[in-house]
Write a protein that binds this ligand. Structure first.
Ligand code: ADP
Length: 351
């Protein structure tokens, strides 16, 4: 029967989810290398099966030229959106079991963050990124699991411009979003996948109007999409609350290299500050420090619940294998190594 099928599926998922506990997972995705540029060769020497990636710096000679990094998984340039989602799915589904889950996309501008999170074209399902697949999955699964969990409400947070720019992200008291309020974000109840798609379509339209070019948007703002799910466990009767943050971060490139001036420079510095605040929170967690500086940026305040002990966190780090990106590639991978070293507690968050 479908009921037993669901139970069996749950059991399998549970086993998969077990090994996601206790650490920030890091997946590395390499953007496809654009061949045909005569002077350029990929900086990715090879991608191993076991999460290894060998980077080669073509400006250097000998031993110094190569450096190996190891993550939970590394996806080469020919990985499909579907393959990416298959490995993300167990984490996403644990939201229905009351976990707080946070998925970040990190990397320099143009490295494929938006491609992973949203995809290049929402009208083509094959190319859908993690966002749309996750929402479709959560709805389908919650419907199928009605016997086990009664999801009484779905809440969906999205700001009207989809891109939640850090400049307008102003936090005030409100119990709706981790006790914080994001004025440009609206909390909307959604009942089915179509509601979500309609909302996202509106969001994308607004976003396209708000920025002259998509690339410009992705380099200048963080985009945070939050799904709140509440259900009742029929066996124990206890309330389960889960929350999923899908975060497309601003470009991680250093400000001093960009030619930003005036307002753009101010904006770039602001964005870099919130990224470095994220790095500080991550360092403090890694050192098991008693003080975690969540309050230092709006971004880390919003994500506080998903970066502490009761959360599961996945970071997709993106690298652009072009030779001229080698500096950013190395600093991105070093940051990612730091992230990967963090241990989190992983207790359930059914408060
Ligand atoms: P970012 O969000 O990091 O600034 P984008 O996701 O906008 O980068 O990617 C930059 C460009 O590269 C886009 O045109 C995008 O479609 C393309 N791209 C990125 N990743 C892939 C990929 N895995 N496969 C094919 N094209 C990609």
């Amino acid at each position: 029967s479908s009921y037993h099928k669901v139970l069996e599926e749950n059991r399998q998922l549970y086993n998969q989810v077990q090994d996601l506990k206790g650490a920030i997972r890091v997946f590395c995705r390499v953007k496809p290398f654009l061949h045909g540029k005569s002077d350029e060769q990929s900086t990715v020497d090879y991608v191993g099966e076991n999460g290894n990636i060998m980077i080669v710096n073509r400006h250097k000679q000998g031993k110094d030229a190569r450096k190996m990094f190891t993550f939970n998984k590394v996806f080469g340039g020919n990985t499909t959106q579907q393959q990416i989602y298959v490995d993300t799915q167990p984490l996403i589904r644990s939201v229905l079991d009351g976990y707080n889950v946070c998925i970040f996309a990190y990397g320099q501008t143009g490295s494929g963050k938006t491609y992973t999170m949203s995809g290049p074209d929402m009208t083509t399902e094959d190319t859908w990124g993690v966002n749309y697949r996750a929402l479709r999955d959560l709805f389908q699964l919650s419907e199928a699991r009605m016997d086990v969990i009664n999801l009484s409400s779905y809440k969906f947070t999205i700001d009207p411009c989809y891109a939640l720019t850090i400049n307008t992200l102003d936090i005030r008291n409100n119990s709706q979003l981790n006790g914080l309020n994001v004025p440009d974000a609206s909390l909307v109840s959604v009942k089915c996948t179509q509601d979500v798609l309609d909302l996202m379509r509106i969001g994308q339209r607004n976003r396209a109007v708000g920025a002259t070019a998509l690339n410009e948007r992705s380099s200048r703002s963080h985009s945070v999409l939050t799904v709140h799910i509440r259900g009742k466990e029929l066996v124990s009767g206890s309330t389960l609350k889960g929350c999923l943050h899908l975060v497309d971060l601003a470009g991680s490139e250093r400000v001093d290299k960009s030619e930003a001036v005036g307002e753009r420079l101010k904006e770039a510095q602001h964005i870099n500050r919130s990224l470095s605040a994220l790095g500080d929170v991550i360092s403090a967690l890694a050192q098991k420090s008693t003080h975690i500086p969540y309050r230092n940026s709006k971004l880390t305040q919003v994500l506080q619940d998903s970066l502490g002990g009761h959360a599961k966190t996945l970071m997709f780090v993106h690298i652009n294998p072009e030779t001229n990106a080698i500096g950013e590639t190395i600093s991105t991978l070093k940051f990612a190594e730091r992230v990967a070293s963090i241990e989190l507690g992983a207790a359930r968050s059914n408060k």
